[in-house]
Design a protein around this ligand. Structure first.
Ligand SMILES: [Zn+2]
Length: 369
């Protein structure tokens, strides 16, 4: 599908249409279940999305079609992951040459609460000398070239039945619609960019491809997912050499294994970070200022606390203890105690380890260890 840049058309209705579209997508993202893997025991799920298929062949080269190339790469990638990680669930948006609507691709990832969404594509450009893969995350395009790639990939929706209602009248040809569309919040942008950079590193270092870099643009398929998501343009079918590479089993294997290595690095990094957080939280030491102990329960918003916020209640044996939490650090809590002394003359420092009161001396030993 070729694209047209619709110049000289800053028409108001388009602006309104794109605004409505953005709000719909934004609300959709707000309501969708988060796919992020905060639970270290939950097995990982990766959704592999070979672009195009069926009545949509994607970009056409001399000897091959984008749809076939990316299916080949996608199946090889899934195989690599399944063979090396028995704890990773691999889901494909298509495993055969069939047409799948863009919003359904995102739905599959959202419904399966995927941890990573990888959309696979191959590009075409009028200058046949251009080569090399690039990896995109959702965002505002920095140049016309990135915008053009997103427009071309989004244009596939015109092949979908009734696309004007499904995408709220969204027009993939309208450049101005991308501006608002790309400014939408994306909770997983950092992680998407992180994975994208691993992918490009592997393409450059291991597969020896020309690195066209990590980029951003407003891809419809990425806008609707609720997990780290990238779209990989694996190379140009308009360049005869690169097309032969992408169409060959060996070339597809190199590309798939590069993405697999990037996945391995990404997964490890996420797990290391979450292990660090868990470890940190296991020994979490916080300091508070205790202001009262009572046999009778006091409501934490009672006037007794003189308007101070962050009142914490602990019940130990039959005694209720009440303490204020400031920053939780030792020095700042000491200063805080001094500050509130005129309101609570008997206030004193207490220490908590994982929300259990422990002697201050012991807490200091732990944090100085
Ligand atoms: Zn494509």
């Amino acid at each position: 599908m070729r694209y047209r840049i619709n110049n000289a058309s800053f028409l108001l209705h388009r602006f309104v249409v794109s605004l409505v579209f953005s709000i719909v997508v934004f609300l959709f993202n707000q309501n969708a279940v988060s796919g992020q893997n905060n639970d270290t025991n939950k097995p990982w799920t990766v959704v592999i999305d070979p672009g195009h298929g069926g009545k949509d062949p994607g970009s056409l080269g001399r000897i091959s079609k984008e749809a076939d190339i990316v299916l080949g790469i996608g199946l090889k990638l899934g195989n690599y992951i399944e063979q090396n990680f028995h704890d990773v669930n691999v889901i494909y948006t298509r495993k055969t040459n069939k047409f799948v609507e863009l919003h359904k691709r995102a739905d599959i990832a959202n419904k399966n609460r995927a941890d990573l969404f990888i959309s696979l594509h191959a590009d075409w450009f009028s200058n046949s000398r251009i080569t090399g893969p690039s990896t995109y995350a959702m965002g505002l395009h920095k140049n016309e070239e990135n915008l053009a790639v997103a427009q071309k990939e989004n244009a596939v929706i015109v092949l979908e039945e009734d696309y004007t209602t499904k995408y709220e009248g969204y027009d993939p040809d309208s450049p101005e619609s991308y501006i608002i569309f790309s400014l939408m919040q994306n909770t997983y942008l950092d992680q998407s960019l992180e994975f994208a950079s691993y992918v490009q590193d592997q393409f450059r270092e291991r597969a020896k491809r020309r690195d066209r870099g990590v980029r951003q643009a407003g891809f419809l398929v990425l806008s609707q997912t609720t997990m780290p998501s990238v779209l990989i343009e694996t190379g140009f079918v308009s360049n005869p050499n690169e097309e032969r590479y992408l169409a060959s089993k060996q070339g597809q294997d190199y590309i798939a294994s590069a993405i697999y290595r990037a996945f391995r690095e990404f997964k490890k990094n996420i797990e290391d970070k979450s292990n660090f957080t868990t470890l940190h939280q296991q020994n979490r030491i916080r300091f508070m200022v205790q202001v009262s102990a009572s046999r009778k329960r006091i409501s934490t918003d009672s006037d007794f606390f003189k308007g101070y916020k962050n009142v914490h209640e602990f019940k130990i044996d039959k005694i209720y203890k009440y303490a204020f939490l400031d920053s939780g650090t030792y020095n700042e809590t000491l200063a805080f105690r001094k500050k509130i002394q005129k309101d609570f003359p008997g206030a004193f420092l207490i220490a908590l380890k994982n929300d259990t009161i422990i002697p201050v001396r012991e807490a200091l030993k732990i944090i100085n260890r």
